[in-house]
Design a protein around this ligand. Sequence first.
Ligand code: XMP
Length: 253
Amino acid sequence: LIDKFSDRILESAKRHSSRIVLALDYVDGEPEQIQEKVQSIIEQTSGGLAAVKINLHLCLPLSLDQINQIVDIAHRHGLQVIADLKLNDIAATNLAVGKLIWNTGFDAVIANPIVGFEMGLGPLFEQAHAARRGVILLVYMSHRGATEGYGLTALDETGHRSTLYEIFLERAIKWGSDGIVVGATNPQIIAEVAKRVNGRISIYSPGVGEQGGSHIESVKAGTDFLIIGRSILRANDPLRLTERIRRDVWDLR
Ligand code: XMP
């Protein structure tokens, strides 16, 4: 087993020639039906994916045991599994959640750097890395209202004026983040972040398709992994669409 999540997902991407992280966001039906749909989409598309992502859409209706079964299936198909919880709490809470998700088999979690390091995300980073798991940080989200938060002008700890996302980017580097989220809807910010990290931290971009982002522009700008949900889940032929997106962007950079 490769030690670091960030290396494992790159290895999985290479093996499947894919930059796609499939968001398993099924919302309708009884828990058992949701679980079946999730297992079936993994089985259909896994050959063209690097990872899958699970968030509250699944964690609320399903039991930990059901989530664990999904994680196992993804692993058996050679995929990494990301918990998109956008963790945003004090260390004691983050650590309790961390323990549960690592025991359930997740490889990484998405967290919000707004909470700070000391007694915030610091201990979560330590816990994750000790367990060979990763923490991915939000730097600029994909929805339109992201400007209202991530785009705010702020003074950093030294009194230097910058935007909140620039501060988050510096934190991601300083804290040893295992990935950075920048929405596909903002290719110019992806390009800015890519230039700064220079390949040392992978960039994850949601917001393709339904939210208006272009998978091609996003990867050209510097995205390493595209997080895609509804476009694939709702496609008439999910495998065909996965394959198209996979081929469109795998060799772009
Ligand atoms: P769609 O259906 O829009 O799904 O392709 C995208 C998935 O990604 C999540 N999402 C985000 N997650 N930062 C994140 O960590 C973001 O900026 C962001 N934007 C969308 C969304 O919840 C869904 O699972």
